[in-house]
Design a protein around this ligand. Structure first.
Ligand code: ZN
Length: 53
């Protein structure tokens, strides 16, 4: 099960393996980070989310 990279909570899966949340990518890296819906709301921009990772 996917975990949020910021708060470490498990991310709920919607249908077809789609996660309730978002995926962010660090610039200059191919690594993807899962971010849950709550953190997505807390940090409104991708830049803010990446700062927490
Ligand atoms: Zn989270």
């Amino acid at each position: 099960m996917a975990k949020c990279k910021i708060c470490n909570n498990k991310i709920k899966e919607l249908f077809l393996g789609k996660l309730k949340g978002t995926i962010v990518k660090k610039e200059g890296s191919s690594k993807l980070y899962n971010v849950c819906f709550a953190c997505q709301k807390k940090f409104s921009t991708k830049e803010d989310m990446l700062k927490q990772i």
